[in-house]
Design a protein around this ligand. Sequence first.
Ligand code: NCC
Length: 276
Amino acid sequence: RQRLTGEELLCELKDKVAVTSLTPDLPPFSELSWGSQLPPHLVTAHLGPYKSCAVVSSAGSLKNSGLGREIDSHDAVLRFNAAPTGGYEKDVGTKTTVRLINSQVMASEDHHFLSSSLYSAGTLVAWDPAPFSSNLAEWYNKTDYPIFKQYQKYRLLHPQQPFYILHPKVEWQLWERIQENMAEPIQKNPPSSGLLGTVLMMSVCEVVHLYEFLPSRRKTELCHYYQRFFDAACTLGAYHPLMYEKNLVKRMNRGTDKEIYQYGRVTLPGLATLNC
Ligand code: NCC
């Protein structure tokens, strides 16, 4: 199979990946008493449409980047997991429109998901690494972490905050795009929150700027900008097929290599703007 160009890859994304979320009409949620806690519409109907969006990876290379003002100038900003803004405003900005969290963050004791104010800004979107080719009912009974138990608790405590759960088929549709476009077999684990969040924003924004997903000249083994913990696997991947994700994003980038090097910035078009 011929290697696709960036523009062809973008069209494949648009064609084959649909960002959807769980709604109360879907079995098994339609038969569960708490199912009505799920929002009735899709996350992509709730968000935007926005002109410009920033996706802020949690990479250590954001430290001392001074990108805060640029990030805040976007109409919407997506952040990940427990990544804070307080104390790091100069480098990562202050605005949080969407926070994408994995089910591990929701469940683990040290993140205080139910009580920490870190999660109270903007719209929450959660996901859980679902088994490949399982249906919703199978996954529901065997999630990686107790995403549904925590979701119900959070909804009761914060009923006004918009909170969505990604449909697990998004993970695997995206995984298939990665695998299809790589010469070698990749690990059968879902893509990182980074790629999921990027595609979510490409579905609701005209243009997406992704920061420090492809590392700039500030590239470092510091895992996160907000923690003193060093591990190159954070940038290169271990569980997630992160290297392959980055390879795809590099190919789809409409910005220059210099922008990556200087600012850690990648420019991706909104899927609705593509003429495929
Ligand atoms: O580290 P994490 O990701 O929260 O980072 C969010 C996204 O930013 C990109 N990233 C991060 C660090 C880095 N040096 N380079 C990067 O490119 C990645 O795209 C990443 O997805 C996750 O994907 O959800 C992940 O979550 C953490 C962890 O669960 C949370 O931070 C909560 O503590 C995972 N770490 C562990 O399980 C130990 C990580 O593997 C993936």
